[in-house]
Write a protein that binds this ligand. Structure first.
Ligand code: BES
Ligand code: MN
Ligand code: MN
Length: 463
């Protein structure tokens, strides 16, 4: 690869302005109020793929938001890289916690991003990271050095479970045929500690509803004599972990893959400061499952967390009331070999069983997906590793992430290919939170590193 740095330097301002334009579109897939914006984002991705040099770009309609497909096939005998990403974003709320409006991107300096970071919803997850691939394609095409074929599949429903993408993938296996899938929708350890994500956790997301009396009651007239659904729900939730913070659902750990002592020792080598971790979050101490380190707890161990809980009176002042109903949303992060549908069933059975007389419990499964682990003894991983070595001057560390991209396991099942997760975000980039940002340095480093992956992967796998 020649002129990679030059091409980026010459086009720096345009590359920044283009991602900023995309970030101005509030493409929130979860909220129907933004449906036109989500469609507009798809259109923008389409035209940017055309500009970057794709020969075919199509908008594929689904029952939900469209999938943008693009390709540049230069020679059928060469390998094909399939790039996946998403143009939808998480809701920006609570808006009052943003230091600048979520859809008016601005570049501000931070401690970890002295060269500035783009602040906007979707900057890191995933518009900024997805767009690095569009610009990397442009670079390779315009400098006449695209070494292999490339296909793009950019969806608009990742943040709401990718249901329609699952159908699209199953129905378009031939069109999507590839030798490796490349995704930038994860993170790395630090700008001077490059890492490649080798694992993602699975997910089971459920909602629970506890019903007591058939109407809200006066808490004096009835208090003490009937089951209070909020008291009961919180008690039931508290019982889901024991004193060692193990999850108490029977069968929950049955399929959990236990890592060998060697693998755990290998993991422990990744640089990590518990002091910095605690300080960044303003906590006095970490908390979690006994017998595991912080980095194990958030990657190779399964979890159960309440994501939201409500019921009763939460307005101004006081109201003496026993609510008829209480609710919670609960996510379980899963690790390899746990099956999300089985875990959802185990949860449902357990949660219904622990409900005392006097309340009824309904468990509503939302969505989920399998975890994923990518082997490192493949050409694809080695090509990625070499690409980082070229542009960071250091070998990247393989690292399992705690986050989930459920569609990745399905890619392997349907398309029979491995995924390489080249993430350039930092954990502190505040994805899904107020003040999400993506380092300008990280954005350009991604654009610089991706072409080398294409080059090395092609060299290693060419027939
Ligand atoms: N890009 C994230 C997942 C991610 C982030 C993985 C950082 C590893 C490191 C993705 O957009 C996401 O938010 N996934 C959801 C699951 C989805 C089903 C809503 C998640 O992990 O909560
Ligand atoms: Mn994402
Ligand atoms: Mn996300």
């Amino acid at each position: 690869m020649k002129n990679v740095k030059n091409y980026i330097a010459e086009n720096k301002d345009r590359f920044l302005n283009e991602i900023i334009e995309l970030l101005k579109i509030p493409s929130v897939s979860a909220d129907p109020a933004f449906s036109q914006d989500v469609l507009n984002a798809a259109e923008m991705v389409k035209s940017r793929l055309q500009d970057a040099g794709c020969d075919i770009v199509e908008i594929h309609e689904t029952a939900g938001y469209p999938i943008v497909y693009g390709e540049k096939i230069i020679n059928k005998d060469l390998p094909t890289v399939l790039v996946y990403g998403h143009y939808d974003v998480q809701p920006a709320e609570p808006l009052e916690l943003w230091t600048s409006p979520p859809y008016e991107p601005v570049i501000k300096k931070t401690d970890l991003h002295p060269e500035g970071a783009i602040f906007a919803r979707g900057a890191c997850d995933d518009k900024g990271q997805m767009y690095m691939h569009v610009k990397a394609l442009e670079l390779m095409v315009k400098t006449d050095q695209l070494p292999c074929n490339v296909k793009f599949m950019i969806e608009g429903e990742e943040e709401v479970g990718s249901n329609n993408l699952s159908i699209y993938v199953a129905e378009n296996k031939e069109k999507l045929a590839n030798d490796v899938i490349l995704i930038s929708d994860t993170g790395m350890i630090a700008n001077d500690v490059p890492s490649i994500t080798t694992g993602l956790r699975g997910l089971s997301y459920v909602e629970v509803e506890v019903t007591g009396p058939n109407r809200d009651l006066h808490s004096g007239l009835y208090g003490g004599a009937v089951a209070n659904p909020i008291n009961i729900l919180t008690k039931m939730i508290a019982s889901l972990h024991d004193e060692n913070n193990h999850i108490t659902i029977s069968g929950f750990y049955d399929r959990v893959e236990e890592l060998s002592t060697e693998e755990r020792a290998e993991m422990a080598k990744a640089p990590f400061s518990i002091e910095k971790y605690q300080k960044a979050l303003d906590i006095e101490s970490v908390y979690g499952e006994k017998g595991y380190s912080t980095n194990e707890r958030n990657s190779i161990r399964p979890t159960l967390d309440v994501n939201g809980i409500w019921g009763g009176y939460t307005g101004e002042g006081a109201k003496t009331v026993i609510a008829s109903k209480a609710y919670a949303k609960i996510s379980m992060r899963l690790v390899p070999n746990q099956d999300w549908k089985e875990i959802t069933e185990l949860f449902k059975t357990h949660f219904e069983a622990i409900a005392p007389k006097g309340v009824t419990v309904v468990v509503k499964p939302h969505h989920g997906g399998q975890g994923y682990v990518t082997p490192i003894n493949t050409d694809a991983y080695q090509a990625a590793s070499k690409a980082y070595e070229t542009t960071f001057g250091k070998k990247p560390i393989p690292q399992r992430s705690g986050g989930s991209i459920p569609i990745v396991a399905l890619f392997e099942q349907e398309l029979k290919s491995k995924t390489i997760l080249m993430g350039f975000g930092l954990d502190s980039d505040a994805i899904h939170s107020p003040n999400e940002h993506f380092g300008v340095w990280n954005y350009f480093k991604g654009i610089e590193t991706i072409p080398y992956f294409y080059q090395y992967f092609t060299e290693m796998t060419k027939k």
